[in-house]
Design a protein around this ligand. Sequence first.
Ligand code: ADP
Ligand code: ASP
Ligand code: MG
Length: 431
Amino acid sequence: MTRPNQRIVMKFGGTSMAGTERIRRVANIVRAQAAGKDGARNEVAVVVSAMAGETDRLINFCREANALYDPAEYDVVVASGEQVTSGLLALTLQSLGCKARSWLGWQIPVKTVEAHSKARVETIDAPDMIASMEAGEVAVVPGFQGISPEGRIATLGRGGSDTSAVAVAAAVKADRCDIYTDVDGVYTTDPRIVAKARKLKAVTYEEMLELASVGAKVLQTRSVGLAMKEGVRIQVLSSFVGDDAVSADELPGTLIVSDEEMDELVENGDMERQLVTGIAHDKNEAKIILTRVPDKPGAVADIFAPLADASINVDMIIQNVGRDKGETDVTFTVPQSDLARAQALLEDRAEAIGFNRIITDSHVAKISVVGVGMKSHAGVASTMFRALSDRGINIQAISTSEIKVSVMIDEDETELAVRVLHTAYGLDAED
Ligand code: ADP
Ligand code: ASP
Ligand code: MG
């Protein structure tokens, strides 16, 4: 028997799986990868998303059925999108003469912990699936789903199929995890917003983690964190590469690399060292202002403790300078999907916290610039503030980390702000 040369995990997103014709294109790419080259085949697991738009459609059904839906039942509904595409891809592969079968989350099993609708992968122990791959059968895995400690279906949060793919790659000790999507790599910013965005040959795990967490949805944040921890080699590629199924080894995508690998790429002249690597935006946050909060120890803790207990993530926080009467205003942001819950929780505690009014605004966007170069160079934030003010864009809140500066602005100015900053940091591609 020929020894398999490589074990590869391939992941296809929603646009790549949208309809039977596209699934056939995906099946051709998978078949070519499994067939391998030079007499050595590859062992392949394919992780798939639901068809584009399907998860949104299913979520809407849940909302219509019950506005305050039970997350466990929500998971039952939304996980079905990936079940459909995994079965369809297995069927299509079989029709092309390629041995394949689907492995649902509970069959592998993909064990998860934490809350329904945002579960985290705990362990994947997949001896049967590995044996089937070794026997030459392509394993088709629905992304986004796992099984909770209670034995119920659990989903991994929006965009979670990326995390499924990395978790499967770590579990089967894959040589590579190829993430096929509708763009051909990671760009300096969303190429759908800035036509002059440049494709990056490589990005470090740390920068990709930060970019994803501030809105670059090309990879789910958790998938990058997991890949960094487990040392999974990720490559982002396009599944729309003409009619011939080109092997991933020949496609120019983006590699997610360690700091050391990046240093080598820079030394060899394959990459330029930039102060800012990328710019991301996020329209999914909402702003809450509490007015006339008592300016005394413990007041801020009283506001944020109930939010933390309800697993609501608070991102940017500003506390204004206290006024004469020992009062201050506190502004902060939460995910838009948690705004109603956060507001209700705070209103319930209005008296205990002692604020006067609660003002909310979902019409905001967060714009972030990310780059490891910031660790050693000053002036990144001031360039940002100057470039935005030159275009009359008002900054409502600011937050920073070692490799990131974020500002909150009016949502209507999102695209303009991203373009202006892309130019200001010299990231525009030459014509
Ligand atoms: P999939 O369905 O394949 O998971 P997603 O829609 O989740 O695809 O992610 C791909 C999208 O991410 C692209 O279509 C692009 O609009 C968006 N995107 C945002 N920021 C970036 C970036 N910096 N580089 C590439 N794509 C980005
Ligand atoms: N289908 C899920 C979503 O739309 C998971 C994914 O595509 O990654 O969020
Ligand atoms: Mg995605």
